[in-house]
Design a protein around this ligand. Structure first.
Ligand SMILES: CC(C)(COP(=O)(O)OP(=O)(O)OC[C@H]1O[C@@H](n2cnc3c(N)ncnc32)[C@H](O)[C@@H]1OP(=O)(O)O)[C@@H](O)C(=O)NCCC(=O)NCCS
Length: 412
């Protein structure tokens, strides 16, 4: 751990000095005008905060420290025999700012393995909730229970110098990321597999072990998890989960409190819950039309009906993006390689052909193209993870990487 922490601190010191200099020289420079409608529409399009870890371009999509998703798929280290990037590598990139070596990534995997112990009282807290509680509710309650472990809150209470905040926020972030897969897998097995829990496998990478603890041993599913955990990790600072984590963290609430706030935002249907909504929407359509593979004409009519009922078509639209989300494309590529004949995957692709012109035709939807959530559920269903209520928890485990790397930067 020391190595990564030292490297982070060295980078952060340089950046902090640069920022100080920039503010001294250009602090009064105006960077935009604000209109009344922007204020009334949730700060829409206002550059208001800095996010170090990633940058979202409306036309091009997300770049993590300057790298697109296809570039990351090429440049980040993989698991042995795999082709998808290890999210450990993306975390290193977001945190330190440089591409990691294989060794850096293996080091991070073993650090997270070592720190992954979840105290029993966290499981007891989860058990106190009815099994019927939504998995995101169970997830947030477990994170809040784990907050008792926060080094930041203990050291702050004992008296901590401002210049050392970053150090303990860093430790808390590492601990939390290490433990989230165990907690999420526990909730999954509790809710859907009669509490038949699976012990961690200390030889696997972070995502591979997560798949294992949920009960999915196939190598293809582990590859999907590596891709999934990588592409959902960060989307600049304006989205609800990133913004909420940042905002609550600015009160010096510790990483557990801050991340829990972000997860409460992710649980909303216009944000992370949209992945669950997409699959529900597709299954309702299949049921209504009494077919596993609705035709494009039928899909078109169903999209129009959804709009006429005053509902959103889930998985379509974005507050910033104005093109097909590259995270959608990355998942479509994965599906083309591994499961092109799956009827749910084919339905997702057919919706992609049919829905955008109809959404555009309304004249008010600014982005008629699919976002990340339009594709993820179909892949999970294909591999047997059929419980769509759980999908947002997967998103949440991944999102920890970006928002907690950002929190370390905020404090540094
Ligand atoms: C993501 C989302 C919340 C962005 O909201 P936004 O920035 O306000 O989007 P717009 O500026 O394009 O919205 C303009 C209008 O189009 C509507 N709209 C946007 N996306 C829509 C969709 N997929 N289906 C139907 N209507 C949509 C909005 O509800 C709004 O209607 P209103 O003027 O009657 O209130 C929105 O596109 C949405 O609800 N999408 C579906 C949910 C989803 O996929 N969320 C995951 C996002 S990653």
């Amino acid at each position: 751990m020391g190595v990564i922490k030292d490297r982070f601190k060295a980078k952060a010191d340089i950046v902090a000095a640069e920022v100080k200099e920039i503010l001294k020289e250009h602090g009064k420079k105006k960077i935009g005008e604000v209109t009344l409608s922007q204020v009334y529409q949730g700060m829409r399009g206002i550059t208001g905060l800095v996010t170090e870890t990633s940058l979202l371009d409306a036309q091009e999509g997300i770049r993590f420290r300057g790298y697109t998703i296809p570039e990351l798929q090429q440049k980040l280290p993989k698991a042995a025999g795999g082709t998808e990037p290890l999210p450990e590598g993306l975390f290193y990139l977001m945190l330190v700012g440089d591409l990691p070596t294989e060794e850096n990534v293996h080091h991070l995997t073993s650090v997270w393995q070592r720190r992954s112990h979840v105290p029993n009282y966290v499981f007891d807290t989860i058990e106190a909730l009815p099994v019927s509680a939504h998995p995101m509710t169970q997830f947030v309650v477990a994170i809040m229970a784990l907050q008792i472990e926060s080094q930041f809150s203990k050291k702050y209470a004992a008296g901590l110098s401002k210049k050392d905040y970053w150090n303990v926020v860093f430790d808390d972030s590492m601990d939390l990321i290490s433990r989230l897969p165990r907690i999420a897998a526990y909730i999954y097995r509790r809710k859907y597999k009669n509490g038949d829990h699976i012990q961690p496998n200390g030889l696997l990478d972070w995502s591979g072990n997560f798949a294992h603890m949920m009960g999915y041993e196939g190598e293809e599913f582990k590859e999907l998890m590596r891709l999934y955990m990588t592409i959902h990790a960060d989307h600049e600072g304006g989205n609800v989960s990133a913004h909420a984590t940042h905002l609550v963290g600015s009160a010096l609430s510790d990483p557990y409190l801050s991340f829990a706030a972000g997860m409460n935002g992710l649980a909303g249907p216009l944000h992370g819950l949209a992945n669950q909504e997409v699959i529900k929407w597709i299954f309702e359509m299949r049921e209504e039309l009494k077919t596993d593979l609705p035709s494009k004409e039928q899909i078109g009519e169903y999209v129009k009906k959804t709009l006429a009922e005053g509902k959103v078509v889930p998985g379509y639209g974005h507050a910033v993006l104005r093109k097909t989300d590259p995270r959608f494309t990355a998942q479509a590529e994965f599906a083309k390689k591994h499961c092109p004949d799956d009827p749910i995957v084919q339905t997702v692709w057919n919706v992609y052909e049919v829905a955008p012109p109809i959404l555009e035709g309304t004249g008010k939807i600014k982005n008629p193209w699919p976002n990340v959530d339009a594709h993820s559920g179909s892949l999970l269903k294909h591999y047997g993870l059929i419980e769509e209520d759980f999908y947002t928890v997967l998103f949440g485990v991944s999102r920890a990487l970006g928002v907690l790397a950002s929190l370390c930067w905020d404090r540094a």
